[in-house]
Design a protein around this ligand. Structure first.
Ligand SMILES: [Zn+2]
Ligand SMILES: [Zn+2]
Ligand SMILES: [Zn+2]
Length: 139
């Protein structure tokens, strides 16, 4: 998936900065979600931890990235589908946790079923994850 990140930032009323572009490029480049430790490692020379944390939080609030907590409780970030917007995520897909390499994959083609909640209940996030062995480990 190729997106013009400068347009994406502008559409979300965010200033175009190199650290923001670097974070987007790195995350969009992967087939799997990118863990926070990995982001810190790769971007450590360019972006300090506090700035990185702020960028991720802003992107999450704007509906650009969604956070997935993996089996170890580590935060992973993946690019959102285009129908996410500020404070309204629609990433209703399964996440696959590999128990071997600990990567988290977005299963974008597998949507969660619509769940009818009892009256008075308001869903904010819905998480469904599968644990198993990913295609790279399952050789
Ligand atoms: Zn989203
Ligand atoms: Zn794996
Ligand atoms: Zn996802």
């Amino acid at each position: 998936m190729k997106r013009n990140f400068e347009v994406l930032l502008r559409d979300n009323q965010l200033k175009i900065t190199n650290p923001r572009l670097s974070v987007l490029r790195l995350i969009a480049d992967q087939q799997f979600a990118t863990s926070q430790p990995m982001l810190e490692k790769v971007l450590g020379n360019e972006i300090d931890r506090v700035t990185l944390y702020r960028i991720l939080k802003t992107f999450e609030e704007k509906g650009i990235l969604h956070k997935v907590i993996d089996l170890n409780g580590t935060a992973n970030y993946a690019i959102c589908s285009s129908n996410c917007s500020a404070n309204a995520h629609h990433d209703e897909h399964f996440h696959f946790n590999c128990s071997n390499c600990h990567k988290v994959y977005c299963m974008n083609d597998f949507h969660l079923p619509a769940i009818a909640l009892p009256p008075g209940f308001l869903a904010e996030t819905l998480n469904l994850s599968i644990t198993g062995v990913c295609k790279d480990c399952n050789l």
